[in-house]
Design a protein around this ligand. Structure first.
Ligand code: SAH
Length: 249
């Protein structure tokens, strides 16, 4: 079992620690002040677990290792930020499990060589997945229907200064035609069916990944590839996402 960090965790605000100032023998487990327990090491352990679970795209693993998930959760939940669990982010919504975020982005990258072009994310939530996407795509358009979360994401992301992330407030069921066509579309909320605008706004050669209710009444990951001949749909594993809702609030 990997050793769990004690509470309260002290995350270093600066990732690059000047080596000369760090006493050679101090480690995360022996340092009583927790100075060695920097978030980078905790994230690397999370990445190792993701790799052990079968995730293998180097770009995705690199992005998961780079984005500080603890900056997206309430301070009371910071000690769980790198565990493979979904966490509440307010207004009845949740930040997805790291494993699910990595899995979905890995699926998107399967159909491209290298980075993705423009990506549309439905359900910004706290902004975590948008930050991960910013490492694997040239532009990220992320739309959220709850004003409170849209604003929270804006404030969470300010720290990272990600020039390629565009946060939008609106009903993601309509997509975002101004950024279309998209190389990839990813939804963090699950509906009964796939909204037509998403299919319309997907580029030829692009891929859409979204939780959707299947014939059995359960939610599963749906993958849609758009080819010159039309759309090809596959149903993957069962998942549990918050519901996709229409309108704004
Ligand atoms: N990617 C997010 C996950 C948030 S949970 C993160 O990293 O935190 C899913 C989000 O989808 C919720 O915030 C919910 O409000 C939002 N959502 C649901 N239906 C939506 C819609 N039609 N348009 C935009 N956002 C929607």
């Amino acid at each position: 079992m990997a050793q769990r960090p004690g509470f309260p965790i002290k995350f270093s605000t600066q990732e690059k620690v000047a080596p000369a100032k760090v006493p050679a023998k101090k480690t995360a487990s022996t340092n009583p002040q927790g100075l060695g327990l920097d978030s980078s090491a905790v994230r690397q352990r999370m990445v190792q677990k993701l790799a052990a679970q079968g995730l293998k795209d180097p770009m995705v693993l690199q992005a998961m290792g780079a984005v500080e998930r603890h900056r997206f959760v309430e301070s009371a939940l910071v000690n769980q930020a790198y565990e493979d669990t979904s966490l509440p982010i307010g207004l009845g919504q949740t930040i997805s499990k790291p494993n699910v975020v990595a899995r979905m982005i890995e699926l998107l990258l399967e159909v491209t060589d290298g980075k993705l072009g423009r990506v549309l994310e439905i359900g910004t939530g706290c902004g975590y997945q948008a930050a991960v996407l910013s490492h694997v795509a040239t532009e990220v358009y992320s739309i959220e229907r709850l004003k409170g979360l849209h604003e929270k994401a804006r404030s969470n992301l300010r720290h990272f200064r990600l020039a390629n992330v565009h946060l939008l407030f609106g009903d993601g069921m309509l997509g975002y035609p101004k950024g279309a066509p998209y190389a990839a579309i990813i939804s963090a909320a699950g509906g009964e069916t796939l909204p037509q605008p998403w299919l319309d706004q997907l580029a030829v050669g692009g891929r859409l990944v979204a939780p959707t209710v299947t014939a059995s009444g359960q939610q599963a990951l749906m993958v849609v590839d758009r080819t010159a001949q039309g759309f090809k749909q596959s149903v993957l594993e069962a998942v549990h996402f918050v519901p996709l809702k229409s309108g704004i609030s």
